[in-house]
Design a protein around this ligand. Structure first.
Ligand code: MTE
Ligand code: MO
Length: 383
């Protein structure tokens, strides 16, 4: 494996690790549009970016608990109905740097931009599985705890030089409503190399780690995939667990993302002129749960008021409305009046009533995942 043939990247990206390439955009890029530009979309890799140059021979091998193994070529996947699904992808490690300030954690550091919203174009996994003989989920089909495993082409050190892999429940994979895609487009253009060319999985509402890029094979298996990123990583532990007493088997692989929000129009410490200040950012929840409310405080959390929320400009956002993208983030905006040095905080509430926790200390975990604590920025009034 070598890093000599990495694709070109936008110079404004903030690089958190060069090899493998892990980078996020500046905060302001996230709120400049509802759909994140591909070059400003965070890039999260565990090895060198693979090169697939013979698209004619490229195919996905499907095997496991199905009749006989099958090969699916791009033309097979493209012959299925194409769906465009607007879905937010968020790394479980988003906001890890802030968690590591409580106590050291393991993993690449991220500010608040390991998240992005894209329009993914491709075939539904439920349709793909159907053509290889795995029926769609109905009220009578049984999935018996089976999983669908996705194996990549890339090589990573966590898998001892083997490919990145992950799995999702068969019930989710065969459910058309879950909108799991084998995507070949991102924002109406062919996927680029960084984001999984020629084909990737997109699992809406779930931590980014399950959306396997550069898909090589799909296996129907009896239980969750035992790969590093399922069995040993991306699990949420209580604050009491440390590297001496950890027992990985006691926890399930993280799937849905909890409710999250962050302020993107201000940096950690901002010097601003006194008066009206625009506070903008994003809010998102997992499992297709919409954002019910976004609360802003300008006195460190004593008093709160609601920000306005939107997805597509001009269309009012309703948390479970027909015109709302259920898998996508919501952008928020509030105008506040700042007269002296203070702390601005944001917290979101999803349609199940889940609220972000106040402090990062109470959710600290040794892998530094799922930091969904209130996002706070300090502002200093200057001239
Ligand atoms: N797929 C492969 N093959 N290799 C990877 O390293 N990283 C995962 C996931 N899929 C990864 C992968 C993680 S942890 C995340 S958060 C998302 O891809 C990031 O997707 P992006 O780089 O397109 O933003
Ligand atoms: Mo991730």
């Amino acid at each position: 494996s070598t890093y000599s043939e990495e694709p070109p990247r936008h110079p404004s990206l903030i690089i958190n690790s060069k090899e493998p390439f892990n980078a996020e955009p500046p905060r302001s890029a996230l709120i400049s549009s509802y759909v994140t530009h591909v070059d400003m979309f965070y890039k999260r890799n565990h090895g060198p970016i693979p090169i697939v140059d013979d698209i004619e021979s490229y195919h996905v091998d499907v095997s496991g608990l199905i009749g006989s193994p099958k090969k699916l070529y791009m033309r097979d996947i493209r012959s299925l109905p194409k769906y465009n699904v607007t879905a937010t992808l968020q790394c479980a490690g988003n906001r890890r740097t802030a968690m590591s300030k409580v106590k050291a954690v393991r993993g690449v550091g991220w500010d608040i931009s390991a998240i992005g919203n894209a329009v993914w174009g491709g075939a539904k996994l439920a349709d793909v599985l159907e053509i290889v003989g795995v029926p769609k989920l109905t009220s009578v089909t049984q999935s018996d705890g089976k999983h669908v495993e996705f194996v990549s082409i890339d090589k990573c050190k966590e898998e001892k030089g083997g490919p990145y892999k992950a799995s999702i429940p068969l019930s989710q994979a065969t459910s058309p409503e879950a909108d799991v895609l084998l995507a070949y487009e991102m924002n109406w253009e062919p996927l680029n190399r960084d984001h999984g060319y020629p084909l990737r999985v997109v699992v809406p509402g779930v931590i980014g780690a399950r959306s396997v890029k550069w898909l090589d094979s799909i296996n129907i298996i009896a239980e969750p995939c035992q790969g590093f990123f399922m069995a040993k990583d991306y699990k949420m532990f209580p604050p009491s667990v440390n590297w001496d007493n950890i027992n990985w088997d006691t926890r399930r692989p993280q799937m849905d993302f909890p409710v999250q929000s962050a302020i993107c129009s201000l940096e950690d410490v901002n010097v601003i002129a006194p008066g009206k200040v625009k506070v903008c950012g994003y809010a998102a929840s997992g499992g297709g749960r919409g954002i019910e409310r976004l609360d802003i405080s300008i006195d460190g959390g004593k008093n709160w008021f609601e920000a306005s929320r939107y997805q597509n400009p001009g269309i009012p956002y309703e948390a479970d409305g027909v015109n709302s993208d259920k898998w996508a983030w919501v952008l928020f905006e509030a105008i506040v009046d700042i007269t002296s040095n203070t702390e601005i905080a944001a917290k979101a509430v999803d349609i199940a009533g889940n609220v972000q926790p106040e402090s990062v200390e109470t959710i600290w975990n040794l892998r530094g995942i799922l930091n969904t604590s209130w996002h706070k920025v300090q502002v200093r009034v200057g001239h």
